[in-house]
Design a protein around this ligand. Structure first.
Ligand code: 8X3
Length: 255
């Protein structure tokens, strides 16, 4: 296709995580300006130093909605004119059964995966619709479609992301603003180390003796959707390792 879209400014939340860094690297390769959102200024500085393109980084606690709004409002106007917002900040905490889970984990997952994603999108959309140019790319998960034991709130927040993405599409017809939900399956990143709160054995066991997706695999999907000609909207991409598939329903047998 010769009318591929080249974004000018790409904003990426969770920029210093494994997915975030792979996304930054992919857009950096074609010279996009990058607005990096993260929690740690040291990690953001390291990431900025590793990129060739013009970048700006902001530190923000995504569990604090006022901080999300203030961070956006305090950006220089030039950096608010983003072409692509990649809502990547998020993740899972814990995989105990629902009746043993820590309610604080549930609240954090809802804050980051749902509230911060919705609030930031709300801040960004008016500029995109005014400019008639923009793309919101949400990082969902197969967990939004396929529930599994211990998935409870994580599955539910990713189902929110899937349906929120589709509902945004309904409002944005005619605005030239695209929305895509990228839904990866098992990907070998810090995801499981975070979910299991630093328990490396448990995290490693998730990826043992199989061939999971890499952050670069997911970055390729994000980049592909973002650089298609502007008249093409990819609604969803669901990608899994070849070695992963749906597992069927659980059954309790007596005796
Ligand atoms: C991560 C995929 O299968 O671990 O979002 O829930 S899974």
């Amino acid at each position: 296709m010769d009318n591929k879209f080249k974004p000018d400014i790409v904003a990426i939340t969770g920029a210093t995580g494994d997915f975030g860094r792979a996304f930054c690297k992919r857009f950096d390769e074609i010279g996009c300006r990058l607005l990096l959102w993260g929690r740690s200024s040291d990690k953001l500085q390291d990431l900025q130093d590793s990129l060739k393109s013009d970048t700006l980084y902001v530190t923000c606690d995504m569990t604090d909605m006022q901080a999300v709004k203030d961070t956006w409002n305090n950006l220089p106007n030039e950096w608010k004119a983003i072409d692509v917002l990649v809502n990547n900040a998020g993740g899972a905490l814990g995989q105990e059964p629902a009746f043993e889970a820590d309610v604080n984990d549930w609240e954090t997952m809802i804050d980051v995966n749902v509230k911060a994603l919705a609030v930031l999108t709300h801040m960004v959309l008016p500029g995109m619709t005014q400019r008639k140019r923009g793309h919101v790319i949400n990082i969902g998960s197969i967990a939004g479609s396929y529930p599994y034991p211990g998935g409870h709130v994580y599955c539910a927040v990713k189902a929110f992301v899937k349906q929120f993405s589709l509902a945004l599409r309904a409002d944005l017809i005619g605005e030239n603003v695209r929305v895509t939900n990228i839904e990866p399956g098992m990907a070998e990143t810090q995801f499981s180390l975070v979910r299991f709160k630093g328990d490396k054995n448990k995290a490693d066991a998730v990826y043992a003796d199989t061939a999971p997706l890499t952050a670069e695999d997911v970055a390729e999907s994000v980049f592909w959707a973002a650089t298609l000609p502007e008249h093409v909207n990819i609604n969803r991409i669901e990608l899994m390792p070849t070695t992963q598939g749906p597992g069927g329903l659980g059954v309790k047998r007596f005796g």
